[in-house]
Each structure stands twice: as C-alpha cells, then as structure tokens.
Design a protein around this ligand. Sequence first.
Ligand code: HEC
Length: 188
Amino acid sequence: MAQRYLLLLGSLFLGSQFLGSQFLGSLFPGSQFLASPFLGSTAAADETVSYYKQVRPIFQARCQGCHQPAKASGDYVMTTFEQLLKGGESEETAIKPQDSAGSYLVDLITPDAEGKFEMPQGQNAKPLHETEIALIRRWIDAGAIDDTPANARQLFTAENPPQYSLPPVVSSLDFSPDGKLLAVTGFH
Ligand code: HEC
C-alpha cells in the first residue's frame, strides 16, 4: 500500500513538471503539500526581479543615451539610483517604490490605446517590449530595491575624481575630426 502511494506521488511529481500545480490542485483541492517548493511549478511572475541584472540593462540600452550627466534630457539622470527614482524637470517622482501605477516613468513608457508612448524618444524609437515593461513594474511593486553589489558601484565621478599618487599611464590619445574632443585612455 505504502509503495503504491509512493508510486502515485512519483507520477504526480512528474506530471507536475508538465501540467503545473493547477492540475495537482484539481486533484487535491486545498491540499497543503501543493505549496511545497519541490512540487509547484514556480511561476516566473513570483521571482524577484533584480535591478542590477534585469532592469538596469534595459535602462542602459534604451534610456541612458539621453539621460546621463553629460546629456540629461528633461533634466533627468538615470545613471545614479537616487536620481533615477527622483525624476527630472517635471518634478514628478519618476519611480515610487511599491507603486508602479503611480510612477511617472511607467506612465511614459507604457503605450496608450493607440500604441503611442512618450519614452524612449528619438527617431524611429520603438517602445520597450511588453515583457520589459512588466519586469520594470514588478521591480517597482516589490519596492524598487537597488541590489547593485558593492564592488560594482561606480567609485569615481566627475565630482569625485580619483587621486593619483603617480602620473597615470596614458596608452593612447586621439582627437575627433573636428578637433573638439580629445579622448584619453586611462585607468582608475
Ligand atoms: C533620444 C532621447 C531620449 C531617450 C532615448 C529617452 N528619453 Fe526620456 N526624455 C527625453 C527628453 C528630451 C525628455 C524631456 C521631456 C520631453 O521632451 O518629453 C525626456 C524626459 C523623460 C522623463 C521625464 C523627466 C521629468 O521629470 O521631466 C522621464 C521619466 C524619461 N524621460 C524616461 C525615459 C525612459 C525610462 C527612457 C528609456 C525607456 C527614456 N526616457 C529614453 C529624451 C529621451
């Protein structure tokens, strides 16, 4: 008897890989063990969204070209976390932790009924993919946590330049054709 029971559980376990916990739920409504971590199909929607690994790359690729210290369109800088949340010239809070629906940034990236969207801008700008928007919303609703590892934070900025104890090695130098920009490689 015990053996048959185990066999049954075993095949249910296999079944759950394909059919998910809904199937199990219909067999055992309200059953406790369905909640156990090894049986349920962990829906992706329950997983914590990482700012550093998932949200930041979207902003880097699609937004930071226009929203960074050297070019802060709308007076909005997205490269530091504090400013990212705060917003720009409109003085609307761009990101309100736990409130994606009330976050101005979400408003701007979400296409309306006609498919029109405010951000990103630019020629031939395409809206963010709906899965990207969903990811950003989930991250905000979970508290908009900055999980950037300490060793990945930017140590130096224009306001806080590195102090060199020896002249830094310059391995290459170049200037733009119009002579306006000088590019220097360096290490900090
Ligand atoms: C090609 C340039 C460009 C890109 C790319 C871009 N923006 Fe903007 N953004 C602007 C400009 C310009 C403004 C100023 C307001 C306006 O013109 O609508 C602005 C304003 C904003 C504001 C309002 C700031 C404020 O408080 O007034 C937010 C929020 C914003 N952008 C978010 C984003 C997000 C998120 C992305 C990426 C998905 C993005 N932007 C990509 C150019 C850009």
